[in-house]
Design a protein around this ligand. Structure first.
Ligand code: GTP
Ligand code: MG
Length: 598
């Protein structure tokens, strides 16, 4: 290690507030320099502007000039989910990516006050009222010859079942990190899912316009907390009020931004070189010196970007910026277009299904009712996994073994929808669902196939729903449809059919149930804790089952299948020990047939 570099590291360590994390990383980085032999793939090879006719990343485009329409269409699809801990800025970033992609002309806000429009992906009334995302939203748009499908997911753990399913429908991920908080709990959990499914991850460190942790420390946090190598692609200049822009490490270009009043339009940007005296003056001597030093450390010993490491999920390219003020967005969007992988093969019970397999296959990962107040229909969101979907095509649902005709299909842009005549592997389409589909269903033409089950989380909170008026039919319809979405499970106890018990993964879902019953079904209801903590379906068993513990009760689900509600987890375990002959199932036996997950 050169002594000059070491002393730079030391001087840098003294700049931060605590210096601890910084120093550890810097020294490690500097040591790494000595052992680092091969530099990775040059990022610049992958960020040159693309045009419709020339795919920029041939590695990801297997379509030759003679390839079929299916291969061409598949190779231009990019389907990705945005994930993070609550509040890191997923919805704001989504909105700004749409703005920069030209899919919207004016960006809305998460908390759209007065006449100001709301963010496209937070379309639900309760989302807009509370300023949080509650349900994942699909947004489909064209960009530079690519067909992009973006899934903005909710961060709150109470809605994480929806987020997990959306992740499984994606081929890659954008992970948003709050620059002040680093890697937070929920991000860590979601990262584990990405890792299990080998999803490539691009990282966007957001909110640099606020007081932030040192960027070196943030890289250290990513590597230590998540165990993924982090390759900075650009580097922030200052933070909080002094955040001026980002430096593109490979192109040696300084992107200096000006704040646009409300961040509704693109922020004016000036691109110059690092030594531009004017830029230096605007940035300020202190911030500039600190920035140069950390840049030097990264240049000497930082992880270099390597596209194959990224695609293998072992490395995450890191970008800095501010979604609110629109700083650092166009380089990030460009990277997304260039780097995000095309649709990948999916594992099934008959082996991997290639996206270019001529047979149409897909799976239902989400059901949502009443998105459009004028239609009030239920939509099944399908991730197309292979082949070509065409309107009116005949397909089978592998769960039911029946044949159906898909006469109405849509693509979505938040709440808005557009009829489609065709779709290809990678697309997310909506099929109108008059009760034919359940979450996790595999749809296919040709030979039977079934994709792996989607994760189902056990309910942990149980509440009694009380109808406050007399509209029982609407109340029952509402419960039925919301249950179909996977929002909750509904149980009936013999003594009071009119006051069902709902089981949810997180207590915030109670609010969603009550609010949606009111807004979408016109009924007033409230939910009170019911005193249970676990539900188990009864497997094959004749006769009356034993009473489930002191506080438990035998109930039934909508289809009349018997369910034992227990007062605590401990009571479940005690019951299992006492009654080994009584088969208990975590999941309902028909809607989600028990299958081993990959
Ligand atoms: N200062 C600052 N605030 C931001 C930035 N990005 C988002 N915010 C604010 O942070 C809050 C949360 O932003 P969202 O975009 O809703 O975050 P989210 O990750 O979608 O949140 P959930 O979906 O509820 O998990 C909002 O008040 C945003 O205005 C940013 O770059 N800078
Ligand atoms: Mg959100």
């Amino acid at each position: 290690m050169r002594s000059s570099t070491r002393s730079q590291a030391r001087s840098l360590a003294s700049v931060g507030d605590d210096g601890k994390g910084h120093l550890a990383l810097r020294i490690r980085l500097l040591q790494a320099r000595d052992t680092c032999t091969a530099r990775g793939t040059e990022y610049s090879k992958h960020v040159s502007p693309v045009s419709e006719s020339t795919p920029a990343n041939p590695q990801l485009h297997n379509a030759s000039p003679t390839s079929s329409e299916l291969e061409r269409e598949v190779s231009r699809r990019r389907t990705f989910a945005i994930i993070s801990h609550p509040d890191a800025g997923k919805t704001t970033l989504t909105e700004k990516l749409l703005l920069y992609a030209g899919a919207i002309e004016l960006a809305g806000a998460v908390r759209g006050r007065g006449a100001r429009r709301h963010a496209t992906s937070d379309w639900m009334e309760l989302e807009q009222k509370r300023g949080i995302s509650i349900t994942s939203a699909a947004l489909d748009f064209e960009l530079q010859g690519r067909r992009m499908s973006l899934l903005d997911t909710p961060g709150h753990k109470d809605f994480s079942e929806d987020t997990y399913r959306a992740l499984i429908a994606a081929d890659s991920v954008v992970m948003v990190i709050d620059a002040a908080n680093g890697v937070e709990d929920q991000t860590r959990k979601l990262f584990e899912v990405c890792k299990r499914h080998r999803l490539p991850i691009l990282t966007f460190v957001n909110k640099m316009d606020r007081p932030s942790r040192d960027p070196l420390e943030l890289l250290d946090d990513l590597e230590n907390t998540l165990g993924i190598s982090a390759a900075p692609v650009n580097w922030p200049i200052g933070d909080a009020d002094r955040f001026r822009g980002v430096y593109d490490i490979q192109h040696h270009a300084l992107h200096r931004y000006e704040r646009e009043a409300q961040g509704q339009y693109r922020a004016p940007v000036e691109v110059s070189s690092l030594d531009d005296p004017e830029a230096r003056e605007i940035i300020g001597e202190d911030a500039y010196a600190h920035f140069r030093e950390s840049l030097h450390i990264i240049g000497e010993a930082g992880t270099a970007f390597d596209v194959s490491e990224y695609l293998a999920g072992r490395q995450t390219p890191v970008f800095f910026g501010s979604a609110l003020t629109n700083f650092g967005l166009e380089p990030f969007l460009q990277a997304l277009v260039e780097l995000a992988p095309a649709p990948q093969p999916r594992s099934s019970d008959t082996g991997p299904v290639a996206p270019t397999d001529e047979r149409f296959t897909g799976f239902v990962f989400k059901i949502q009712a009443n998105m459009d107040p004028r239609h009030r229909d239920r939509v099944a969101f399908v991730r197309v996994c292979s082949g070509r979907f065409t309107k009116d095509m005949v397909m089978s649902n592998s769960r039911l073994g029946n044949v159906l005709r898909a006469s109405r299909a849509y693509r979505f842009f938040g709440r808005e929808r557009e009829t489609i005549a065709a779709a290809y592997a990678g697309d997310i389409i909506g099929l109108v669902n008059p009760g034919h589909f359940a979450i996790g269903d595999t749809l296919h033409s040709g030979a039977p196939v079934q994709f792996s089950d989607l994760p189902r989380f056990p309910a942990e909170h149980f509440g009694r729903v009380r109808l406050r008026d007399t509209r029982y039919k609407q109340f029952d319809d509402g419960l039925k449809q919301l249950e179909e979405e996977g929002l909750m499970q509904v149980f009936y106890v013999a003594s009071s059919r009119r006051e069902p018990i709902v089981g949810v993964v997180g207590a915030l879902q109670y609010d969603v149930v009550v609010s949606r019953l009111r807004a979408e079904y016109g009924v007033e209801a409230n939910i009170e804790p019911a005193g249970y903590e676990a539900a188990r379906w009864l497997g094959p068993f004749t006769g009356a089952p034993p009473t489930p513990g002191l506080q438990g009760v035998v109930a039934a689900d909508r289809l009349g299948r018997r369910v034992l509600l227990f007062g605590s987890q401990w009571e479940v375990e005690y019951f299992e020990r006492q009654h080994p002959d009584v088969p208990l199932l975590d999941e309902s036996p028909v809607a989600a047939p028990a299958r081993s997950r990959s």
